[in-house]
Design a binder for this molecule. Structure first.
Ligand code: PEP
Ligand code: MG
Length: 679
């Protein structure tokens, strides 16, 4: 047996990430390894017991190693501790903060420029407006436990299955988070995997099963006990870890009880929702009536959760860093979706100022709403169509009453997202038909399935991709699965009998893709005897914009997807938090591609829309109008304000502005020459 005393120098002690490195090092050796801290002792291979030691910076621990490889094990652990256990001692990455004083909240800010008060966390503005209220962390429904004991081997097998599936979910979540944010933000899901494999925890659960408890009961009781023990240490950092144990516990419990889909539960009063990130299905399952706004640790302004926030008129801040996850539930905050800040425990003066801003924002919105039904005609008589981006029937009904002159983008993937299997042709037909009918004769552009990238589908397996945004996405995926596309086109073309409908293909990068998709439409039209419809493409890949003059000879229309066009032109992931500020659709490179597309289309008598988020950006509207864009397709709540803004413009001045913007060197210069948004 070998023993050695060591001092821990990690700034926040042995918290989750360094403890994970310590435990992983210990696990590589066969010897029994114990760690003593004061009167407490822990198994060095169990993350939970190591965390429960509550080792702080400067504390001494004793390593007690016993076994065949004790010397190597001790040496490896001593070296790991001396190397900082994966942390740079001078720049700790810990994100957990005391709930009332987020001292390091600004650490998580993607690119801090201004010095902010200590109670303000800065993220990225994702949907304008101001919300004042208590925060609430995304939580899920209570689960009823099955107490029936079916025999130890059955219970053990059920537990093992649930653990395996939970591990699979966590691996996927980790991968997605690495891609959408960063490896350090994603590391929490590795900690969750570690909790799942904790030997002490599993021993305790198995012991209960052998005492004739059902796997679900044994798991729940053990998790609760571990989480409570950790919370009782009264250390805000460890309280965060207790929440992690509960989170993993819930995941496994849900699987044990045969559930899978996440169920979100909210209190019975309005709240500002806080979450690590919101998947499109999370966002879709929320009770919108109770949410004043939301703030996510990860995500970017063109991520689909942010798009949904704008569609719901919810102020939203994204990419605020994991510090927001450690603010205590129900803490009062001001969420400013226009400047991207979250003010924790604001004083009376800050609340009064926010209320005043909220009122003037609402007044401007109601002025615009009063004239929403009128067309958007510039002072010198140039009309721009303003249509809606929608995700389904509910949005279609709202669009019809919010002044939309049609639908410029029906994102059909939302029909496919909240389910475990693909909707049938009939189900799809019924939705498309109802949407067309809801628009009372106004045209509806149905975009075919745009899956892949940040929108994976559980029932369509795509082999893991290193760069999903550059992988099998949109039309590529559909052409590789022609039955999926064929079924959707049949449903769309059947619905075309009920009102004016157009078809649009996403992510077209090559003429051959357009031709293959167009040919399938013609084939199905002949098969069904369906009416002729306009068929167009999205311009969201630079190759399509550069080849617009060729496409324009064949397509009926273009709609520019500035979210993706910006990401692919600037080579900046649209969900990347630290690039979000730079990934700007007003970059002159993007504007030049838009200008080129419009010119090519008009030369062939075709029209061009913009359906990316840029279309509703008040600084972009005059430029897009000046570049000759014929239609702006924006989220439903933006329709009145975009129309109001167009009515205040003249085409000639907008054209001059557009030319000036094209001549700028950077997006910052373009923004500097444009008046700032009223908020
Ligand atoms: C776009 O890329 O601009 C677009 C409208 O499509 P989505 O955001 O659905 O990818
Ligand atoms: Mg797109």
């Amino acid at each position: 047996m070998k023993e050695q005393d060591l001092t821990i120098h990690n700034p926040t002690g042995l918290h989750a990430r360094p403890a994970k490195v310590f435990v992983n090092t210990a696990k590589q050796y066969k010897s029994d390894i114990r760690v003593q801290h004061g009167s407490k002792k822990a198994n060095a291979k169990s993350l939970i017991s190591m965390l429960t030691l509550g080792v702080e910076c400067g504390s001494e621990i004793r390593l007690i190693v016993d076994g065949a490889d004790e010397e190597e094990a001790l040496a490896a652990l001593v070296t790991a501790v001396a190397d900082g256990l994966g942390e740079d001692h001078h720049a700790p990455e810990e994100t957990a903060v005391p709930s009332t004083a987020p001292a390091n909240g600004q650490q998580a800010v993607p690119s801090p420029t201004a010095v902010l008060p200590a109670n303000v966390i800065k993220g990225i503005p994702a949907a304008p407006g101001i919300a004042i209220g208590p925060i609430y962390h995304l939580q899920h429904e209570e689960i009823t436990i099955d107490e029936t004991f079916r025999g130890a081997s059955v219970e053990e097998e059920a537990l093992q299955k649930a653990l395996d599936r939970a591990r699979g979910q966590l691996v996927t979540l980790h991968k997605q988070m690495v891609q959408s944010t960063s490896a350090s933000e994603a590391a929490i899901f590795e900690v969750h995997q570690e909790i799942l494999e904790d030997p002490d925890l599993l021993d305790a659960v198995l012991e209960r099963i052998h005492k004739q408890q059902s796997a679900a009961r044994a798991w729940q009781v053990t998790i609760d006990a571990r989480a409570k023990a950790m919370a009782a240490l009264n250390d805000p950092l460890l309280a965060g870890r207790a929440a992690d144990i509960q989170d993993v516990g819930y995941r496994v419990l849900r699987l044990l009880m045969g559930g899978d889909e996440q169920q979100v539960s909210l209190p019975d009063h309005p709240i500002i929702l806080v979450a690590a990130d919101l998947s499109p299905s999370d966002t879709a399952s929320l009770d919108r009536g109770k949410i004043l706004g939301f703030c996510t640790a990860a995500g970017g302004p063109t991520a689909h959760s942010a798009i949904i926030a704008r569609a719901l008129s919810l102020p939203a801040v994204v990419s605020a860093g994991t510090a927001v996850l450690d603010i205590a539930n129900l803490t009062p905050v001001i969420l400013n979706g226009s400047d991207g800040t979250l003010t924790i425990n604001p004083d009376a003066a800050a609340v009064a100022q926010a209320q005043a801003q909220q009122q003037s924002w609402q007044a401007a919105m109601s002025r615009a709403a009063a004239t929403a039904g009128e067309p958007a005609i510039t002072q010198d008589d140039h009309r721009v169509e303003v249509v809606a981006n929608i995700g389904g029937l509910k949005d279609a009904q709202k669009a019809a009453t919010a002044g939309a002159e049609g639908v410029g983008l029906l994102r059909t993937e939302f029909l496919f997202l909240e389910r475990t299997e693909a909707p049938t042709e009939l189900e799809q037909f019924e939705v498309y038909r109802d949407v067309v009918q809801a628009l009372n004769g106004q045209p509806v552009i149905v975009r075919t399935l745009d899956i892949g990238g940040d929108k994976p589908l559980p029932y369509i397996s795509v082999p893991p991709e290193a760069n999903p945004f550059l992988g099998e996405r949109g039309i590529r995926l559909c052409l590789n699965r022609p039955e999926l596309l064929r079924q959707q086109l049949r449903a769309i073309l059947r619905a075309a009998a009920f009102g004016p409908l157009r078809i649009m293909f996403p992510m077209v990068a090559d003429l051959s893709e357009w031709r293959a998709a167009r040919a399938m439409v013609a084939e199905i039209q002949a098969e069904l005897g369906a009416p002729d419809v306009e068929v167009g493409i999205m311009i969201e890949v630079p190759s399509a914009a550069l080849m617009a003059d060729v496409f324009a000879q064949e397509v009926d229309f273009f709609s520019i997807g500035t979210n993706d066009l910006t990401q692919y032109t600037l080579a900046m992931d649209r969900m990347h938090p630290s690039l979000a500020g730079k990934s700007d659709g007003l970059h002159p490179a993007v504007l030049r591609l838009i200008a080129r597309t419009v010119e090519a289309a008009h030369a062939h008598g075709k029209w061009v829309g913009v359906c990316g988020e840029l279309g509703a950006d008040p600084q972009a509207v005059p430029i897009l109008v000046g570049l000759g864009v014929d239609e702006l397709s924006v989220s439903v709540p933006s329709i009145p304000s975009v129309k109001a803004q167009i009515r205040g413009l003249t085409l000639t001045a907008a054209q001059t502005t557009a030319q000036e913007a094209l001549a700028c060197g950077t997006a910052v210069q373009v923004r500097e020459m444009m008046p700032t948004a009223v908020s």
